[in-house]
Design a protein around this ligand. Structure first.
Ligand SMILES: [Zn+2]
Length: 261
């Protein structure tokens, strides 16, 4: 049944949303009825999940196979010291429940792979990539392309981050249009080898959460066809225009990738 009114408790909890002309009661209802899948409950996933839960995004799915490690706590703010050794999906779900008990959380304690990706994203309106590796990023891109779902993607390293929204169902580019080739894994800087300033995950994750909320609400100009680059050392942000590549192996005119694998 589609709801048409907020309850008194919801009107109070979300009062600062409802008062915004761009959100209002209708927008808050949209948030409450939306379903978002977040892949990775780590540096990016932490702020994304916390802000989406606080905002009242009604159903949140979390995909992560890992357990909380002490070295995660420097930036993965959804987890606490007491959670070390626990499954990240369980730790995140517990924190979300404490923050906003109205949210339904689905814990998917598994590693994203070609066999489970389509099943995992099925049933969600929108997907957030908070993964930490290229294999997952390409796989999620391809799955969202085949499922015609919007993907809000970001990546982090050291003092830098990037964010974009891939909406191929509306003619926008996919991740492969921008990055056709996965780099050699040995040459890619990773947080666990080169480090990351913890707050960078917060900044970039909050931009990602904001793009998700804008997408659901249908307000503003999203990062479709734009790649936002953030450099904390100089506190610079810039946006690069992107477009669909007709030669893209996935979404191009003569695709060579026709299934996940
Ligand atoms: Zn493409």
């Amino acid at each position: 049944m589609t709801r048409t009114d907020l309850t008194d408790a919801e009107l109070e909890r979300y009062a600062r949303h409802v008062i915004l002309d761009e959100v209002g009661e209708d927008g808050q209802l949209k948030l409450l009825q939306s379903k978002v899948l977040v892949v990775g409950a780590g540096g990016l996933g932490s702020p994304v999940l916390l802000y989406l839960a606080a905002a009242g995004v009604g159903t949140l799915g979390i995909v992560d196979h890992d357990v909380v490690d002490t070295t995660n706590l420097q930036r993965q703010v959804i987890h606490s010291t007491d959670d070390v050794g626990d499954a990240k999906v369980a730790s995140a779900a517990e924190r979300i429940e404490a923050l906003n008990p109205d949210i339904t959380v689905h814990e998917h304690r598994q590693r994203l792979n070609a066999a489970n990706a389509m099943g995992l994203i099925d049933g969600y309106d929108l997907v957030v990539d908070g993964s930490d590796n290229f294999a997952a990023r390409y796989l999620l891109n391809d799955a969202c392309y085949f499922a015609k779902k919007t993907l809000v993607s970001a990546a982090l390293v050291r003092f830098e981050g990037q964010v974009s929204v891939y909406k191929t169902q509306d003619g926008g580019p996919c991740y492969r249009c921008l990055f056709p080739q996965a780099p050699d894994p040995d040459l890619v800087p990773r947080c666990d080898t080169v480090g990351i300033l913890g707050s960078i995950a917060g900044v970039v994750g909050c931009i990602q959460a904001t793009e998700v909320l804008k997408e659901i609400l249908g307000i503003g100009t999203g990062l479709v066809g734009q790649l936002l680059l953030f450099d904390a050392l100089d506190m610079n942000t810039r946006k690069i225009k992107t477009k669909r590549d007709p030669n893209c192996a996935l979404c191009g005119d003569n695709p060579t990738i026709t299934a996940l694998g």
